[in-house]
Design a protein around this ligand. Structure first.
Ligand code: SAM
Length: 189
């Protein structure tokens, strides 16, 4: 069985958009307790078919077969080099289900989750192989402004998705960007 209800959200999104394929290399940010990692490891065939899943979280998690896991704070400046080293090359997909604990202060909560999304997106931009995907939890209202413009610049398709399995978490939504156009040139932005 799956360890979290979140697993059913990823299954639903993947059944619709066919993101995860055998042999792919995937990063799972905010992975504990491991539902998305379980789904990803199965669908990329991480145990038997040459796929790879690298997962990180602030919290410990029970091992998932086929998944390389490490405890870390993604906000820490050492996180990106550590994850890159674990992956050892480009990724076909970067997924983030990270959510900061709610403070109850609406504006602070919004800034904190959008900060995590922006950081995850900057990371994805440096990690993804051409045609790769980025999937991240955002709040109702979705990505806007500079982040949305940047996603539209870097990917061929950008949409917001709300899986049925997520209806109870009313303010939760995912941004999905597919068809990464490739690593940007080193300068000249
Ligand atoms: N996708 C997971 C699953 O299927 O089991 C559920 C993820 S849960 C909704 C969100 C996770 O994000 C929590 O486990 C939390 O510890 C993690 N998280 C929040 N902020 C983080 C950070 N700065 N660095 C790493 N993980 C973080």
């Amino acid at each position: 069985g799956y360890r979290s209800r979140a697993a059913f959200k990823l299954l639903e999104i993947d059944d619709q958009y066919r993101l995860l394929r055998p042999g792919q290399r995937i990063v799972d940010l905010g992975a504990a307790p491991g539902g998305w990692s379980q789904v990803a490891a199965q669908r990329v065939e991480a145990v038997s078919g040459g796929g790879k899943v690298v997962a990180v979280d602030l919290l410990e998690m029970e091992p998932v077969s086929g998944v390389d896991f490490a405890v870390m704070d993604f906000n820490d400046e050492t996180a990106v080099p550590r994850i890159s080293a674990m992956m050892g090359g480009r990724a076909d997909g970067v997924m983030s289900d990270m959510a900061a604990n709610a403070t109850g202060h609406k504006k602070t909560d919004h800034l904190r989750i959008m900060g995590l999304v922006e950081l995850a997106y900057e990371f994805a931009r440096g990690m993804l192989a051409p045609r790769g995907f980025f999937l991240a939890k955002v709040l109702q209202g979705g990505t806007e402004g500079d982040l949305l413009a940047a996603l539209k610049r870097d990917f061929t398709l950008v949409k917001h998705v709300k899986p049925k399995a997520s209806r109870a978490d009313s303010s939760e939504l995912y941004v999905l960007a597919t068809g990464f156009r490739g690593a940007p040139p080193p300068s000249g932005e």
